[in-house]
Design a protein around this ligand. Structure first.
Ligand SMILES: [Zn+2]
Ligand SMILES: [Zn+2]
Length: 394
């Protein structure tokens, strides 16, 4: 691949305008999770135009197959294509603001899609240098449970093509265009939601002995939750329990009948998350029932943790140093507690997920993900498409 480095970079430059136009078209025409019908049509059309075979294993989203010299090697490159159910704002984006009320690309998935379509063009041009097959995955619904990453994996399309390794990226406003950031091992957390109803017995505030006070019990539950992390989890393993919402009572002199709370658990393995779940329910049960009350408890599993395969990460870093230059490859010290459904692919195939620097002052693109002004410095396409192509050719 090393001798192709220059060609890949030149190709990325020659398709820069194409990627910008594509991203702006998608940005103007956002579609929310599992409803990406026009987006899918558009991608299929773009792939077919350059002679790439396509498949549609799901109602929305698609895959493109590029075949090189026959070998056992098949690599998958993934982009997510959905927008968020929100409205956006921002002067810098005024030429291509969403034309569909209630939908906006404020997580950069328009950029991911345009970047992968640019990658498709580079790879299609360099097909004779390609060993094996590349599966381009345009996945729906990263933003909505059960996650497009999950349904795409379960569709079996990647397995059918014998995928051996997968790579994906996310734009990141904290890094500059030209840069990428990655680390091996835990990269993004698994995300869980829970709710607890502490059911007591209401009564007069002056006669607590005739009531079962759910507020006192809820306070004990919350404190005990925090000792699960500090006393039952290996201190070298990151984990969080946050009660983000609590509701109880209607007046200063009334003991209410129940207290309700909701929150989130973050960890870096399902095993840890499920251990925390079991401990939480045991705590709720013992405190409520031990004091004459009762409870209800739910715990819903979101996305598993994104954990980067050691070898895939090394390959990514090596390719990135060649294509982008040593100084542009950042090794992160810590993972993020946010989640991503790229993790579903990683449960089946080794792979690595990385951040594509996309933040700059001049393009007002340093806002956080999901902010109405979220924007991407489009120069990131030069980096993203070249690196993705390099990985496929490497
Ligand atoms: Zn998002
Ligand atoms: Zn996203």
């Amino acid at each position: 691949m090393a001798d192709l480095t220059r060609t890949i970079r030149e190709k990325a430059e020659s398709y820069f305008d194409y990627m910008v136009q594509t991203r702006r078209h998608l940005h103007k025409n956002p579609e929310v999770s599992f409803k990406e019908f026009d987006t899918t049509e558009y991608i299929l059309h773009e792939l077919k135009k350059i002679g790439i075979k396509t498949e549609t294993p799901l109602e929305t989203g698609c895959v493109g197959i590029i075949e090189g010299k026959p070998s056992g090697r098949t690599i998958a490159l993934r982009a997510d294509i959905d927008a968020l159910p929100m409205d956006e704002e921002g002067d810098v984006k005024k030429e291509f603001l969403s034309e569909r009320p209630g939908a906006a690309h404020c997580c950069g998935h328009d950029a991911h899609t345009a970047n992968l379509l640019g990658t498709a063009r580079i790879l299609s041009d360099l097909r004779e240098h390609l060993d094996g097959k590349v599966v381009l995955v345009f996945q729906p619904a990263e933003e909505k449970l059960p996650g497009g990453g999950r349904v795409m994996t379960e569709s079996g399309v990647l397995q059918k093509h014998g995928v051996k390794e997968i790579f994906g990226l996310h734009t990141n406003p904290n890094y500059k265009p030209g840069q990428i950031a990655v680390k091996p091992g835990p990269f993004m957390a698994c995300t869980m939601e829970f709710g607890v109803e502490v059911i007591g017995k209401g009564g007069h505030a002056a006669a607590p002995h005739t009531a079962v006070d759910p507020i006192v019990l809820a306070a004990q539950v919350i404190n005990q939750f925090q000792t699960i992390i500090s006393r039952s989890i290996d201190p070298t393993e990151p984990a969080v329990i946050t009660v983000g919402k609590i509701e109880a009572g209607s007046a200063f002199n009334v003991i209410p009948g129940k207290a309700v709370m909701q929150g989130t658990v973050r960890a870096f393995s399902m095993e840890t998350a499920r251990f925390i779940r079991d401990r939480m329910e045991a705590v709720v049960k013992s405190i409520t029932e031990g004091n004459g009350g009762s409870y209800s408890f739910y715990f819903s599993e979101g996305y598993p943790a994104v954990v980067n395969n050691e070898e895939s990460t090394q390959k990514l870093q090596k390719t990135a140093r060649l294509v982008l230059g040593e100084e542009n490859v950042i090794e992160m010290e810590r993972p993020l507690m946010a989640g991503e459904d790229f993790s579903f692919y990683q449960q089946e195939f080794p792979g690595a997920f990385f951040f594509l620097g996309s933040g700059s002052e001049e393009t007002d693109s340093q806002w956080s993900w999901h902010h109405p002004r979220y924007n991407v410095d489009e120069r990131a396409f030069l980096t993203g498409s070249a690196l993705m192509a390099g990985l496929a050719l490497g």
